[in-house]
Write a protein that binds this ligand. Structure first.
Ligand code: AGP
Length: 368
């Protein structure tokens, strides 16, 4: 029913703009009570205290959210974290170390490969399952020991937008709550992380005015058959997610790469026919990223740079640049997702694809 589209052309566009509210709803309990295992259920304190390792399993965008979470959890807790594609994990045979916390991430809670992976995990050792899901009453939440819900609301567009960013927000809360429970960060450091959260919805609203500039980029991008997305650290999985969005809805072949991997292969693809979309944080790795950009520019690659303030040194190497309104800190992967959503969305509109129902794809993949 298009009546509930309001001023939007597609559900995906509506869902992109719903993110400030979806994020605020998802973070409401953490904002009220602070980082705490209690956010994840009454058994969470006991389970988190005894956790020896974390294994994240998921598919598609949810898998990308898991890849981001690995950086946060490792940094804040020191726990070893591995991230697996559910359809691969289910056919591997390794045992799980006792005390492993399996974090199963799924918007729908009905993805067949994910459900099979978590059943398989239970047979591999003494594990607990934490479900991160957008559907309160789903197969996934029923089979889990601990449940964390995202409050994205119903997502109609096949391409995940608000479901993905709310997963990231919930995973950041998980990392903070694990650190709180296990006392792996000093109280000041933990408070600094918690203090980032209230600003997150407004960081999204502040980026909305950049939609017009990204629409212009999209017009240019729609003429290409291929694209590369680059990022480092937590922005590497966001490069993967940006590429997935472009593939899914604009039908443009796109690859996401860790920028440091460029010279190990994909640099051979770079010429004037290869747009390279780069996410740059003004962090300790910025100088490394700069040398990656130099490599791309020297081969004629066209760099479209989305950067935090303070990355101006990169501009000389770029074909187009957009600077985000403010610093993003540890929430960078959540915030950088928004411009990439706009880019994929407007490229798809320009190409005239069926944005909300891209060919060959289903919203929820309930078969293997
Ligand atoms: C994302 O844009 C995709 N539509 C897809 O990768 C999705 O994230 C994947 O199928 C997993 O779905 P789930 O989160 O419902 O398990």
């Amino acid at each position: 029913d298009s009546a509930d589209l309001g001023p939007y052309r597609h559900y995906m566009q509506k869902e992109i703009f719903a993110q400030p509210v979806a994020l605020a709803d998802t973070l409401a309990a953490a904002l009220k009570h602070g980082f705490s295992p209690a956010l994840f259920g009454s058994d969470a304190h006991d389970i988190f205290s005894k956790t020896t390792a974390i294994r994240i399993v998921a598919c598609g965008s949810s898998y990308h959210a898991g890849l981001v979470a690995r950086y946060w959890i490792e940094e804040y807790t020191g726990l070893p974290v591995s991230v697996d594609i559910a359809s691969e994990y289910r056919y591997r045979s390794g045992k799980e170390q006792d005390g492993t916390l399996i974090v199963a991430i799924s918007q729908s809670g009905e993805t067949a490969d994910l459900l099979a992976a978590l059943r398989s995990a239970k047979e591999r050792g003494q594990v607990h399952i934490l479900a991160l899901c957008n559907v309160a009453h789903s197969t996934l939440t029923r089979e889990a020991d601990l449940v964390a819900l995202t409050h994205a609301g119903i997502e109609i567009g096949v391409a995940s937008t608000k479901a993905f960013t709310t997963q990231l927000a919930a995973l950041f809360t998980l990392a903070g709550s694990l650190a709180h429970c296990r006392q792996t960060l000093d109280p000041a450091a933990l408070a600094e992380l918690a203090n980032c959260l209230p600003r997150l919805p407004a960081m999204f609203t502040d980026i909305f005015p950049l939609e017009t500039a990204l629409e212009e980029w999209a017009h240019e991008l729609s003429h290409y058959n291929h694209a590369l997305f680059l990022g480092r650290h937590t922005l590497f999985p966001i490069a993967l997610e940006g590429a997935l969005k472009l593939k899914e809805i604009a039908y443009i072949h796109a690859e996401g790469y860790a920028a440091g991997e460029l010279k190990h292969g994909p640099l051979a693809l770079v010429d004037e026919e290869m747009p390279v979309i780069v996410c740059a944080a003004n962090d300790a790795l910025f100088d490394k990223l700069l040398s990656n950009l130099r490599e791309v520019q020297a081969r004629g690659g066209k760099i479209f740079l989305i950067a935090e303030p303070g990355c101006e040194a990169a501009f000389d190497y770029c074909h187009r640049t957009i600077t985000l309104p403010s610093k993003t800190g540890p929430l960078a992967p959540i915030v950088f997702t928004l411009p990439l959503q706009f880019l994929a969305y407007h490229t798809a509109c320009r190409k005239g694809t069926d944005v909300d129902k891209p060919r060959n794809l289903a919203k929820s993949v309930t078969v293997e």
